[in-house]
Write a protein that binds this ligand. Structure first.
Ligand SMILES: C[S@@+](CC[C@H](N)C(=O)[O-])C[C@H]1O[C@@H](n2cnc3c(N)ncnc32)[C@H](O)[C@@H]1O
Length: 287
């Protein structure tokens, strides 16, 4: 089974969504700087209408709402009922902010409704990315902007590279995902991202690398942080899928190897690992 098939839409309403809800605070801490870099690239200004695509539990929607102020509005959209419920629970009555349960790739978002399309790691899961980005572009006002952050390759990102490298030889290797199949690394190739956006009708496309250490796991001591990092790697991401059907002794050996790998990284209260992303900006060509 190709690894990417686990990124079916239904997964975000199943295990992936549940794991994101239960790890929401830790994931927000890990991803904060990546989301902030995309917000800086987006340059939201007071009074703007913003769509936060694949908003998850809504942390970036909240920051954007602060930036556009009381005269602006942010709509967070996500396909996961559990995450939308969490977002509504976390930000219940915040002025100018609401959350909709929709598939961003096909929902009728309203023609020319938004000044800005934004996303923190929420645009890599479309089965048909050109069609999805065309749908999203049509929701932009003429001359409106898009700004998002997406992962570069798995081979540059420790949250995958490190645990998956550690279990080599313990768990049989899974077949590699098809390069453009939906999944966290489907936008890893910048030229392919440029082509998707261009075919979807965007112009002024800029793609810049953004590298940042990620605080992975959280503890009151270094030992606690390493243990938490191992738990997280088992909970979220490809390791959890690679070991889903593994026997208890295999899981035990894998856990020891992953622990050794994290223990080689610095960090007192989190394990600091390397993260590599693209910050992408573009504009709606129709004006
Ligand atoms: C990696 S998570 C990022 C969540 C959030 N942006 C954050 O940074 O915390 C990807 C999100 O995209 C959502 N998603 C995936 N496909 C989607 C689609 N077709 N339409 C809307 N949301 C989608 C998932 O449910 C999930 O919440």
């Amino acid at each position: 089974m190709p690894q990417a098939s686990v990124y079916r839409v239904s997964e975000w309403n199943g295990k992936s969504g549940e794991r994101w809800v239960s790890n929401q605070a830790r994931l927000d801490a890990m991803l904060e700087h990546f989301g902030a870099a995309a917000i800086e690239a987006a340059v939201p200004v007071p009074g703007e209408q913003v769509l936060d695509i694949g908003c998850g539990a809504g942390a970036t929607s909240r920051v954007l709402a602060d930036r556009v102020g009381p005269d602006g509005h942010v709509t967070g959209i996500d396909i996961s009922a559990a995450l939308i419920e969490r977002a509504r629970g976390l930000y219940p009555a915040h002025t100018g902010l609401d959350f909709e349960l929709e598939d961003a790739g096909s929902a009728d978002l309203g023609a020319g409704r938004f000044d800005l399309l934004y996303s923190r790691f929420g645009v890599m899961f479309f089965a048909e990315p050109v069609a999805a980005f065309t749908n999203l572009r049509l929701a932009l006002k003429p001359g409106g902007r898009a700004a998002f952050v997406c992962w570069r390759g798995a081979d540059e990102n420790d949250w995958v590279r490190l645990p998956m490298g550690a279990i080599k030889g313990i768990v049989p290797a899974s077949p590699p995902p098809e390069p453009d199949a939906p999944g966290p690394f489907s936008f890893g190739d910048g030229e392919s991202v440029r082509s998707i956006l261009s075919l979807a009708g965007f112009t002024d496309i800029a793609i810049a690398p953004f590298d940042r250490e990620i605080p992975f796991g959280l503890g009151t001591s270094r030992e606690g942080a390493i243990n938490d990092a191992v738990d997280m790697a088992f909970e979220v991401g490809p390791l959890s899928r690679a070991l889903a059907d593994a026997a208890p002794d295999v899981r035990k050996s894998a856990a020891a190897a992953v622990r050794d790998a994290f223990a080689r990284r610095p960090g007192e209260h989190s394990v600091m690992i390397d993260g590599a992303a693209w910050i992408v900006t573009a504009r709606n060509a129709s004006s």
